[in-house]
Ligand binder design. Structure first.
Ligand code: NOJ
Length: 763
């Protein structure tokens, strides 16, 4: 932009601004500006700023605008285009102090262009790809007038029964922290005030992923060292990356709901971590304090929440209703109210809304005609990221890649399922934009091969699940069951298989099965689909399973039936094309699991970085009184970090720069990686650390670094890693973060299980 344009922009911003020309309120100085504004606000206006309202059918728009103009609403969520949001901002500009509104939405893995679900993004282990997702989402969301997203969700998930496993980045602290940081930076760009940035609200603070039994909204009970070492760092990393806010979790933590948890928000978040942004409750969470059994009534709930540090109340009723009385009686102080208001105004300031309330809404003349036009999508980016997220779990006898010739049967209830391609929390994505697997394969083969399609089974034959899944989507049925008997559907698929050279069966979960409040007690593919797989196997045709799911599934039986298995998560708008790219070898798969796949639900919790124990089971040396189960071998079906490629890779010669290091010093590790296959390909070289003996039992290993490398067929390269002094530190029993002298092991592998190892001594 040249200087003249820049000047023009500044002038136009200043003329739209509510405060820029108030001499007592220097806009350049955030604190002074907010202090000055606060002085002018009535108590009701202050309370209004703490109210975040969901725009939905329950509240008529006219009423909302009146409330806004009266200064009784601070921001909204769920309304997501400029024509919807402009009248609300206009109403705010009619309010006494013209404090701008902000408009938020759950932009989790894309806004209109839908990228793979977060668990799939994590499987890319590719920070550039993830940055592309965050940036594209921000560009699309801000172009549609949104200022804020309730993302990233960085809850560590080690219990795949929890449906929201799909929404996070898996089980690992380090990987999730890296991704959380990249997401925040790419949503916010160089500043959340930029017109094409959106503010990131990190969620759900804290420990939501550890709900007991994987049952959503359940309680969390956790030791402090586990909390500090494993669960808290991703929130911290995302906040250190500059996230503007935090959404507080719905669960309780060691008996105290997060929403009324003074230790969590005041002591840890504000004092220890020095967090300066806004805190937002989750939907209706303040009211829920009554059902948690810590508040007698709404009045007490509102009091507990504001005193504990909840600035903004999502879908508020109680702050609006109860704070006036609580302030009058002195139970809530003016200082407490002011503090919360200051944070909300601060967030608005940081989003650039005081400079220009219409910074993302723009002028009516520039509104797009068709918000859902295909040209508005970023399809190329979506395809690129989607194919990086796919994980090849099995490939016997080089079943894959497939040839683009002969006849291919495409079967399964998810083969042609545009809604499911998007996964849950698909923001403003539209199913009609999704490329399904069937469509992706059709485009890939053109007229070179024949495709035959049959649905083969319904996603589930369970009536209760079917009803629940359809209840989740108010707008349209989520899943439509074929009314014909199961045997007829299977028969049709078997016929298709028999006339084909290979069968691609797209099976797994519908997207609603891996969603908020979609917990499961089994990780199996529903029976209706297993019956289909069995019948397909009986045809003797090569069988490729393409899985769609938002959590690890237990696949021990499927592994025996299939010749190849490709894990595709819910891969987004361009998923079908990306899956075709991998199935036909136009892209060599490089994804690696960001979460362990257990053999069965009975092994849960199962995660790679578990603590060491006194009587471990040693493979090959079965013994009584060792830690094992009767029915199944120890260990996962597919470990964390695992994923195949059409190339083979080898690692050799792990070398450390020294046999010992002093406190505070770094160490260098190097290893040779070689592509021993016939195709160019990418792999992820993972570096883990084990603290062999410490004041507390430490994990068998912990991921501390990784590099994703592209190697040509036959190419080898020496990779260098720095083992940093901080990589050896942990929170001990006294919650001191320190490295303890003694032996450490550096382990390097292409997954978390098959590793090479070298030790060194910390002096
Ligand atoms: C409830 C969910 O827990 C949270 O993640 C989401 O951001 C809000 N609803 C708003 O949709």
């Amino acid at each position: 932009m040249n200087k003249l344009c820049l000047l023009g922009l500044v002038v136009s911003l200043a003329s739209q601004s509510a405060f820029a020309d108030t001499p007592a309120a220097p806009l350049q100085d955030k604190q002074a500006f907010i202090a000055n504004l606060l002085k002018q606000m009535t108590q009701d206006e202050k309370i209004g700023q703490l109210r975040l309202i969901s725009i939905g059918p329950e509240m008529p728009r006219e009423r909302i605008r009146e409330e806004i103009a009266a200064g009784r609403i601070g921001g909204t969520f769920n309304s997501r285009t400029a024509p919807e949001n402009r009248p609300m901002q206009d109403a705010a500009m009619r309010s006494r102090l013209k404090i701008p509104m902000f408009f938020a939405y759950d932009v989790i893995h894309g806004n209109r262009t839908i990228f793979p679900i977060s668990l799939g993004l994590a499987a890319t282990w590719d920070m550039q790809a993830i940055a592309k997702v965050g940036r594209t989402s921000a560009i699309e969301a801000s172009a549609d007038s949104l200022d804020m997203t309730f993302a990233p969700m960085v809850d560590i998930a080690r219990d795949p029964r929890w449906g929201r496993t799909s929404e996070g980045f898996g089980e690992d602290t380090y990987l999730t922290s890296r991704i959380g940081k990249v997401m925040v930076q790419s949503f916010q760009g160089s500043s959340p005030a930029n017109p094409d940035s959106i503010m990131a609200i990190v969620k759900h603070f804290a420990l939501y992923g550890a709900v007991e039994g994987g049952r959503d909204y359940n309680t969390v009970d956790m030791s402090l060292p586990k909390m500090y070492n494993d669960y808290l760092p991703p929130y911290r990393a995302s906040l250190d990356a500059g996230a503007g806010g935090v959404m507080v979790a719905l669960n309780s933590i060691n008996g105290v709901p997060a929403t009324s948890n003074t230790w969590l928000m005041n002591d840890l978040l504000r004092k220890d971590w020095g967090f300066k942004g806004v805190t937002i409750s989750d939907h209706g969470a303040i009211q829920e304090l009554i059902r948690h059994g810590v508040a007698r009534d709404g009045r007490e709930a509102a009091k507990l929440a504001i005193k504990a540090g909840i600035d903004m109340s999502m879908n508020d009723t109680l702050y609006g209703e109860e704070l006036p009385g609580l302030l009058k009686s002195g139970e809530v102080t003016q200082a407490e109210l002011d503090q919360a208001v200051r944070e909300v105004l601060g967030a608005k300031y940081d989003m650039g809304l005081f400079k220009d309330p219409y910074v993302r809404i723009g002028k009516a003349e520039t509104d797009v005609k068709d918000y859902y036009a295909d040209q508005r999508l970023h399809r190329e980016a979506a395809r690129d990221v989607a194919r990086r997220s796919l994980v090849l779990l099995e490939n016997r006898a080089q079943t894959l890649p497939l040839k683009k010739s002969g006849t291919i049967a495409v079967v399964g209830p998810l083969a042609d399922a545009p809604i499911d391609m998007m996964g849950s929390w698909a923001a403003d994505g539209r199913p009609e934009h999704s490329v399904t697997v069937r469509e992706g394969l059709r485009r890939a083969v053109g007229d070179k091969a024949k495709l035959v399609y049959a649905k083969g089974a319904n996603v589930t034959g369970d009536k209760a699940m079917f009803d629940y899944l359809n209840f989740l989507n108010f707008a349209a049925p989520e899943i439509i069951n074929d009314p014909r008997p199961a045997a007829v559907l299977i028969d049709e698929a078997v016929k298709a298989a028999k006339q084909s050279d290979v069968v691609v069966a797209v099976v797994g979960e519908s997207r609603g099965m891996s969603h908020e409040s979609s917990s499961r007690t089994t990780l199996e593919i529903p029976e209706s689909q297993r019956a289909l797989i069995k019948a397909l196997k009986a045809t003797g045709k090569p069988l490729v399973l393409v899985l769609m799911n938002g959590r690890p599934l237990s696949l021990a039986w499927e592994r025996e039936q299939a010749d190849a298995i490709l894990e595709t998560w819910f891969s987004g708008t361009e998923g079908g094309n990306a899956i075709a790219d991998v199935l036909f070898g136009d892209y060599n798969p490089s994804g690696k699991l960001a979460i362990t796949f257990p053999r069965s639900v009975g092994q849960i919790p199962m995660y790679y970085n578990h603590l060491r124990i006194g009587r471990p089971f040693t493979p090959g040396k079965p013994g009584n009184y060792t830690s094992q189960y009767f029915e199944e071998p120890n260990g996962p079906l597919y470990p964390f970090g695992y994923g195949l490629s059409y190339s083979d890779f080898s690692l050799s010669g792990l070398n450390l720069s020294s046999k010992s290091v002093k406190q505070g010093q770094d160490l260098q590790a190097s290893i040779l990686v070689k592509n021993t296959g016939k195709r160019d390909g990418e792999t992820v070289v993972q570096l883990y650390i084990q603290d062999v003996s410490a004041s507390m039992s430490r994990p068998v290993k912990e991921l501390k670094n990784f590099q994703k490398v592209m190697l040509k067929a036959g190419e080898e390269r020496t990779l260098h890693f720095t083992v940093k002094a901080d990589d050896l530190k942990f929170y001990n029993g006294q919650l001191q973060w320190a490295a303890e002298p003694g032996e450490f092991r550096v382990q390097v592998g292409l997954d978390s299980q098959a590793v090479q190892e070298q030790s060194f001594e910390l002096l």
